[in-house]
Design a protein around this ligand. Structure first.
Ligand code: NAD
Length: 463
């Protein structure tokens, strides 16, 4: 149950839970007031994660756990984050005023070597959203065989409204506050929405200054000049394009005849766009937070690249017509690539989507309700997010390994190793999906969750 309110203070009231029981609290979450579920709905004390994206991740998990036969008493241990940290981040704005931002870090499971996951700067970031993204990272790392638990972090801020020096102060303060909880063998961050190589450079510098020596392996996705890996910046988008190519082979779509649409033109979306254009696909629409552009004859991606570099947005690109992000999702095409935020494909538009392949470059772009509609339709081949965008964390793992060894690889070596891991994960997912006649998402999640369950079983329960 939801209430929209504008206050930003935490208050305590008696409210009805989703299960009908009463609880004494309401939880403030940005501008939204959420009713809290009790232990029977979300697990005792875990209501701090209450958020639609976290509920979505839990719903997916429960379906997989049912399929795998995970006993009910073990589910909470596997599902809920092991550790989550909320910090307040005071920084001085350029005008001399003081502003406090909320920062989060969630480490989903600590069963393997370290936790790994991105850092997001976006106004809608909440603890619940970050927890969902951390959970998906766990399944993704397990699916691709990486020795990590999932993690995610974020700061509720609009990076477009902060100057470079304000962003630097905010990033350094966040890193400072996180120092007790992170480390190359504990938790390693990387870029996500609203952050980039520069953000990682500031984090690495702040951490290293505190340690008294340089620690490149504290973050991945940093500039190559500071120990970053060749190929990391492009790895997620190139991985997306590689898997689309495999999906096209699987369903019999020829690249030279195919059209593609990309929602979100940031790091992942833009690299995927150029890679798909290189494979011969015609890019007919792209978008960013400002809106979309469309040309049925195909967008000139070379000119688009230059236009975005100068203007900072795809909107206004000549030789195209303006469309909204909602329209973009329902234009007929062979390949649709959501590469922006969660919950873009919902029960409201899932029956209107007209693509042959849905390549989930973003994390969580499709809600479970939309999933059931797509499953019933059966005409769309889905490359689920934990597989589709795994290229980023795979090359982050390579970067971490290279930093720990101080031994660096060529770009072709990185891309070759990346493609081999993606190929293995794709084949395993497709094989399970066909053998068990289950959707690709359920197959990918089953493989990932099963490995985490097994790792926890082998380690046992301490004490
Ligand atoms: P980014 O900040 O570089 O780009 C995000 C893009 O989405 C921007 O073009 C922005 O304008 C656009 N956008 C934001 N809100 C939008 C909206 N409502 N509609 C349409 N477009 C919108 O972020 P990114 O790193 O490219 O990440 C994109 C997605 O990929 C996220 O879901 C992220 O979690 C996922 N992802 C990223 C990586 C990585 O290596 N960066 C790895 C795995 C998954």
């Amino acid at each position: 149950m939801w209430w929209r309110r504008t206050e930003r203070l935490t208050s305590y009231y008696l409210v009805a839970n989703e299960c009908g029981a009463l609880t004494k609290r309401r939880y403030r979450c940005g501008l939204l007031w959420l009713s809290l579920a009790c232990g029977d709905c979300y697990g005792w004390g875990m209501d701090v994660y209450n958020h639609p994206t976290f509920a979505m991740a839990c719903q997916q998990f429960e379906r997989v756990a049912d399929r795998l036969g995970v006993p009910p008493d073990q589910r909470s241990r596997i599902k809920y984050p092991k550790r989550s940290v909320t910090v307040s981040l005071p920084i001085e704005r350029d005008d001399g005023s003081l502003e406090v931002f909320a920062g989060y870090r969630v480490q989903h499971h600590l069963t393997l070597v370290a936790t790994k996951g991105g850092l997001r700067y976006h106004p809608d970031v909440t603890l619940g959203e970050v927890a969902a993204l951390a959970m998906w990272m766990s399944w993704k790392c397990a699916l691709t065989g990486l020795p990590y638990g999932g993690a995610k972090g974020g700061i509720a801020c609009d990076p477009r409204k902060l100057s470079i020096s304000e962003l630097e102060r905010l990033t350094r303060r966040y890193t400072q506050e996180m120092i007790p909880f992170i480390g190359p063998q504990i938790d390693v961050m990387a870029p996500d929405v609203g952050t980039n190589e520069q953000t990682m450079a500031w984090m690495m510098d702040t951490y290293s200054m505190q340690m008294g020596y340089t620690v490149p392996s504290i973050v991945t996705g940093k500039p190559v000049a500071l120990g970053g890996s060749l190929g990391r910046r492009e790895s997620t988008g190139k991985g997306v394009a590689y898997l689309i190519n495999r999906a096209m082979d699987t369903v019999g779509v020829r690249a030279s005849n195919a059209t593609a649409i990309i929602q979100g033109f940031g790091n992942v979306g833009s690299v995927a766009t150029y890679a798909l254009a290189n494979f011969g696909l015609k890019i007919i629409a792209v978008s960013d937070v400002n809106g979309g552009i469309y040309n049925q004859a195909g967008l000139d991606t070379w000119k688009l690249n230059q236009f975005v570099a100068e203007s900072g947005t795809v909107v206004g690109f000549p030789e195209s017509e303006a469309i909204t992000n909602e329209q973009l999702l329902t234009i007929p095409c062979d390949v649709l690539v959501p590469a922006a935020l969660e919950r873009q494909i919902t029960e409201k538009n899932a029956d209107k989507i007209q693509c042959r392949i849905l390549a989930e470059a973003a994390n969580g772009p499709t809600t479970p309700e939309a999933d059931s509609i797509l499953e019933q339709r059966g005409d769309i081949f889905v490359i689920p997010d934990i597989l589709c965008n795994a290229g980023g964390v795979v090359v982050s793992y390579f970067e971490w390994v290279q930093d720990l060894q101080s031994f660096f690889w060529s770009e072709s070596e990185v891309l070759d190793k990346l493609n081999r891991i993606l190929e293995g994960a794709f084949v395993q997912t497709l094989t399970l999906s066909r053998k068990e006649k289950i959707p690709m998402r359920l197959a990918a999640l089953s493989l990932g969750v099963k490995r985490v369950v097994e790792a926890k079983r082998l380690r046992g329960l301490y004490p």
